[in-house]
Design a protein around this ligand. Structure first.
Ligand SMILES: NC(=O)c1ccc[n+]([C@@H]2O[C@H](COP(=O)([O-])OP(=O)(O)OC[C@H]3O[C@@H](n4cnc5c(N)ncnc54)[C@H](OP(=O)(O)O)[C@@H]3O)[C@@H](O)[C@H]2O)c1
Length: 278
């Protein structure tokens, strides 16, 4: 496939670019400097000029706390940007896959969120991502929305991605014991994004590693077990201790109603995926 991938300096994009190239795709990887998705004209010009068969949008404003005081920039990327890409894809008849988040849910359901659950985003970032979903579907009915969460991987700077490096250096880390999610290895997500681009079935998919999910503390304990790090380096904290500006769902575990019914393989178990990463 000829695939255009946005936000190419980001964690998920790096995995998507590398996976698509590894299977022989022609990949047009565009960083924010190459293409700012918030500009409708530049988005349209670049997509019409390159005429990809699919676009995978990995670009987003991802600073969850920063969004609370930077709403305009957040919506420009996560709502306007997604709409710009959807409209441009429509004009060249390309498949369109865009990533959303588990944060569209309020986190009050201790079980698994599926596509039957109604989103109720809490913070600005979460609201902007839901707005992006809505605008994508409205602008281009062919849009494929991929909700994921707790993503970690190569090039990632978030807590989950760097934890094993910090522990390996003997640094102690604070791990939240009362927030729950379904961890997702960016390499597994990248493969599924490509599969969904090819499947080209419109709708909302939940893509996370399988298994029961865990807390940040559970994730950290597993990192210690796999990496041989001393669990004494883990300091257990509550989500409320951190006093972060943006609200976050207490539990945002997700499961997909569609993927396996459509013939896609079950996503790898999160513990196996973490072993592969470490
Ligand atoms: N990480 C997670 O746990 C998580 C969880 C759920 C959903 N997601 C979603 O997964 C997707 C990928 O996230 P990620 O973790 O790979 O994020 P990331 O590492 O922060 O990458 C996002 C990339 O988007 C770029 N970007 C920001 N605004 C842009 C714009 N207006 N135009 C073009 N590029 C822009 C950024 O460029 P700069 O480097 O120049 O800022 C960055 O390279 C996002 O949609 C995110 O909302 C992530």
């Amino acid at each position: 496939m000829k695939i255009l991938i946005t936000g190419a300096n980001g964690m998920v994009a790096r995995s998507a670019v590398s996976y698509c190239r590894s299977i022989g795709d022609e990949v047009i990887a565009l960083t924010r400097a190459d293409l700012d998705i918030s500009g409708p004209e530049s988005v349209r010009t670049v997509i019409e000029r390159t005429a990809p068969s699919a676009v995978i949008n990995c670009a987003a404003y991802t600073n969850v706390d920063g969004a609370e005081t930077d709403e305009e920039a957040c919506y420009k990327a996560n709502a306007n940007g997604v709409e710009n890409l959807a409209l441009a894809c429509k004009s060249v008849d390309a498949a369109f896959v865009t990533i959303s988040t588990d944060y569209v849910f309020d986190g009050l359901n201790p079980g698994f969120y599926t596509q039957r659950d109604t989103p109720n985003p809490q913070g600005i970032y979460a609201k902007s991502k839901l707005e992006g979903e809505i605008r994508a579907k409205y602008a281009y009915a062919r849009s494929v929305i991929v909700r994921s969460g707790w993503i970690y991987g190569d090039g990632g700077t978030n807590f989950l991605s760097v934890m094993h490096t910090l522990l390996g250096e003997g640094k102690s880390i604070k791990a939240i014991s009362d927030s729950f999610g379904t961890p997702t290895f960016a390499g597994d997500l990248a493969k599924r994004l490509r599969e969904l681009a090819e499947l080209d079935l419109p709708g909302t998919f939940h893509v996370v590693n399988s298994g029961p999910g865990t807390s940040y503390l559970g994730f950290a304990e597993k990192v210690c077990e796999i990496g041989g790090f001393d669990p004494v380096l883990l300091e257990t904290v509550s989500k409320d201790d951190l006093k972060r500006p943006a609200p976050r769902p207490e539990s945002s575990k997700m499961a997909c109603l569609f993927s396996e019914r459509l013939g896609l393989a079950k996503m790898p178990d999160w513990e196996d995926a973490l072993k592969e990463y470490i």
